[in-house]
Design a protein around this ligand. Structure first.
Ligand code: 5AD
Ligand code: SF4
Length: 473
């Protein structure tokens, strides 16, 4: 609570006192990794004397932190980069930066340069820390209008800078998701699932030093954060590239020993790398939530093989059983993709079948989107209408299961961390159970960051409603 208030007060004070100050506006697309990277971008901009503003129209710099996991994500970002042209015309001093995954794809930085010439800065995923210098270069070049070729500065580097981790450790961050704090533990991905662009745009796995991670977690807990979410494309690979034998299980063990009342979640786990040791740590720990996001992608062995996932349905079901035998109340969520090039009707029915068997608390469902440069994009594609029909069947099934699971919560009392005011229910707040279920209950802003026992009175699809029984300390 203290941290939340302090952050808000500081932002307001800044707005009041520095009327001539420059403003920034960040558009974030994509996953939690990008949300956290936008916190780093905000930290860099604050350090440079910029202040957050509520509307793009008030900004002196607009940053697009992009995603390219699916075509829709890319189109959304490109559409908004197109729209900013009008603002730039009105306000030529505006600096426009496009950063993150999208420009890191082969040829895309050049395409942005060509199609959106008013974009001043383009940075890939591993050189966001250069933003401050790039802004200086742009501003300097504008003073020197004779040298037209120097007018635009762009920076794009596919290779991993040698001192990347060192630079990253020293990049400031403005946390915006109190009471949760995102903490990166590993960057990049080595898995090369055949449909996925991530390994191409985020490079190979690089784990942070365990002591740096532990220090950051301690600082967050001391600063009042009540939930720590460890981030990585594949957190289970944490430590594989370190020479000191550190593993993800050890990291969890060490984090659990940190004093204070707080929760730990992590994402994303790859089923092929989820070890017995990690499951044991989860079960034994008082701080690591009984909650796991375990992307399944498909329920057909053939499709899983073609996706290069390196597990089969039997192994996936084994993991689910192992988790539930250790933690009977665990909430398990997943990602599922339909319409992979080799998916037949029978393969899709195998997916429906495994969804029935596992009974996920929730599933994020996606239509396969071909990504240029990945092996699956070169395969013969299946018609979009079939993909749409499959996803709607899958969603109908999962909605039924989600609702059935929600119903089992009614009447029970669960500890909930209050995370925010409820956006759609006035006089109410919302937060999650340890298992990850969203609960709405009566409360006010002062409740944010506190733990409460909440009696569940009603359920509606994925949402639960309840009454506060009292604060838990
Ligand atoms: N098309 C559709 N969904 C994708 N995902 C990854 N790549 C693609 C793609 N090309 C999904 C996967 C992953 C989630 C983050 O996004 O399900 O787990
Ligand atoms: Fe993409 Fe697979 Fe890596 Fe996840 S594990 S980021 S799906 S390549």
């Amino acid at each position: 609570m203290i941290v939340y208030k302090a952050m808000r007060t500081r932002a307001c004070a800044q707005k009041r006192s520095i009327t001539m100050a420059k403003n920034y506006f960040i558009n974030t697309y994509g996953c939690q990794m990008n949300v956290h990277e936008s916190e780093k971008i905000a930290g860099i901009l604050l350090n440079k004397g910029y202040t957050a503003c509520e509307a793009e129209g008030d900004a002196d710099i607009v940053v697009f932190n992009t995603c390219c996991i699916r075509d829709t994500a890319e189109k959304r970002a490109l559409g908004n980069i197109g729209v900013i042209k009008a603002l730039k015309k009105q306000k030529p001093s505006l600096v426009v930066a496009v950063v993150g995954c999208m420009p890191q794809q082969e040829g895309v930085a050049a395409a942005i340069r060509e199609k959106y010439p008013y974009v001043d800065i383009v940075l890939g995923t591993r050189n966001i820390a250069m933003l401050a210098d790039e802004i200086d270069k742009v501003l300097l070049s504008r003073q020197n209008i004779k040298k037209r070729s120097d007018k635009k500065y762009r920076c794009f580097d596919n290779s991993l800078p040698e001192n990347y981790l060192e630079i990253d450790e020293n990049t400031p961050s403005l946390r915006t998701s109190y009471p949760n704090a995102w903490v990166n533990i590993i960057y990049g991905c080595n898995n090369f699932c055949s449909y996925c662009i991530v390994p191409y745009v985020r490079g190979r796995e690089v784990s942070r030093d365990i002591n740096s991670v532990l220090d950051e977690v301690k600082r967050c807990v001391d600063g009042g954060y009540r939930e720590i979410t460890l981030l990585g494309q594949n957190v289970n690979s944490y430590g594989n590239d370190l020479e000191d034998g550190t593993s993800f299980a050890r990291l969890l063990h060490e984090i659990d020993r940190i004093e204070g009342k707080f929760r730990v979640r992590f994402m994303t786990s790859h089923p092929k790398d989820l070890t017995e040791a990690v499951m044991d740590e989860m079960a034994a720990s008082s701080k690591i939530c009984s909650n796991l996001h375990l992307p399944m992608q498909a329920g057909s062995d053939k499709v899983l093989r073609d996706m290069n996932r390196r597990y089969d349905r039997q192994r996936y079901l084994y993991l689910i059983d192992s988790l539930r035998s250790r933690m009977p109340d665990i909430g398990i969520t997943t990602d599922i993709m339909v319409g992979f090039p080799t998916e037949t009707e029978q393969d899709f029915e195998d997916t429906l079948d495994i969804v029935e068997r596992v009974r996920f608390s929730n599933a994020f469902t996606f239509i396969y989107s071909p990504r240029k440069g990945t092996p699956a994009a070169k395969m013969e594609q299946i018609p979009y209408a079939i993909k749409q029909e499959r996803i709607s069947r899958l969603i109908t099934l999962q909605n039924r299961i989600t609702k059935e699971i929600s119903d089992t919560y009614t009447g029970g009392i669960y500890e909930v961390l209050c995370e925010d005011v409820a956006p759609k229910h006035s006089g109410c707040v919302c937060g999650r159970t340890e298992s990850g279920r969203l609960v709405t209950f009566e409360g006010c802003e002062q409740d944010i960051g506190k733990f409460f026992n909440v009696k569940i009175t009603k359920s509606r699809s994925a949402s639960l409603f309840g009454q506060k029984e009292g604060e838990t300390l």
